[in-house]
Design a protein around this ligand. Structure first.
Ligand code: G1P
Length: 304
């Protein structure tokens, strides 16, 4: 086990979810509705992310929001009128689901006034986060409930005190969509690697590997100073990857956990549709009927 000068031995207890973006890939649906509230079966995407944090013991969640996105916060508020209605109807199941959304976590918000990049969005969390390590969860992907990533990431970060990333293999031609890590083997455990370099969205011929940074990070509070010192990078934006690369160069330990479970990618229409189909198929209440309809639909040449 690594003991490190940076280590506190305590797990991070706060999460930051950057959610200020405009979501141009889902226009016109996202003209008036934040993409984070698009439903996956009957829960908004954002609820899956908050549930993932809560399941790992993180119940202090800061949403980085922007113009037109305040309805995201309403989703986690109480709805006494709706609850009373469901109570009257004796619909205990839905009542429990509605109540649960307001009991998952304490939700806080901060505004990112201008879309200056992921690094900048995380930087807006500085005063809420304070001096402790914290998690960052990007809203476009989530992982299987029974193969969670965060608990192992939080434990590793408490041991090393540095940065812990989630890494996943991508096709070589996809490197220009992700932060890419170069890595060495690590003695920390199976599927844990030591990160030796980080580059944001490299062209395939320049990528140091095909290990992409997925949307889960545990970061020490020193990231905020690094963000302040980060100049605009890829796409003219202040990149979190560049701020992390600075800390790496300063000697902060950076580890990656290689994730081998399934990732649901709701950031693009195709991935979003696949997520809806996969999760609907797995549901106890409608999975069976949905699967048999889907099989027939596909067998019939997928014509409506
Ligand atoms: C962001 C990060 C990138 C990371 C990706 C994961 O990119 O900048 O390093 O690999 O999320 O989804 P974005 O998807 O915001 O362009």
């Amino acid at each position: 086990m690594t003991t490190n000068a940076h280590a506190s031995g305590r797990r991070a207890v706060k999460a930051v979810i950057p959610a200020a973006g405009m979501a141009t890939r889902f226009l016109p649906a996202t003209k008036a509705v934040p993409k984070e509230l698009l439903p996956v079966v009957d829960r908004p995407v954002l609820q899956y992310i908050v549930e993932e944090a809560a399941a790992a013991g993180i119940t202090d969640v800061l949403l980085v929001t922007g113009r037109g996105k305040t309805s995201m916060v309403d989703h986690f508020d109480r709805r006494p009128d709706v609850e009373a209605r469901l109570e009257e109807k004796g619909d205990q199941k839905r009542l429990a689901e509605v109540r649960r959304t307001s009991e998952l976590a304490d939700i806080y918000t901060v505004r990112q006034g201008e879309p200056l990049g992921l690094g900048h969005a995380v930087g807006t969390a500085a005063s809420h986060v304070g001096d402790n390590a914290f998690a960052v969860l990007l809203g476009d992907e989530f992982v299987e409930e029974d193969k969670p990533l965060l608990p192992a990431m939080l434990d590793l970060q408490a041991r090393t005190g540095g940065i812990v990333l989630a890494l996943g293999e991508v096709k070589p031609e996809e490197t220009s969509r992700y932060g890419i890590a170069s890595v060495n083997q690590s003695s920390e455990g199976t599927d844990i690697v030591e990160v030796t370099g980080l580059v944001e969205k490299p062209a395939p011929e320049e990528a140091p590997s095909n290990l992409a940074v997925l949307g889960r990070y545990i970061l020490p509070a020193s990231i905020f100073e690094a963000i302040d010192n980060t100049k605009p990078g890829s796409g003219g934006e202040i990149q979190l990857t560049d701020a992390m690369a600075q800390l790496l160069a300063d000697g902060v330990p950076v580890h990656g956990i290689i994730y081998r479970g399934h990732r649901y990618d709701t950031g693009m229409p195709l991935g979003y549709l696949q997520t809806v189909v996969m999760l609907a198929s797995k549901r106890d209440d409608l999975g069976e009927e949905f699967r048999s309809w889907l099989a027939e639909f596909v067998a019939g040449g997928a014509k409506g």
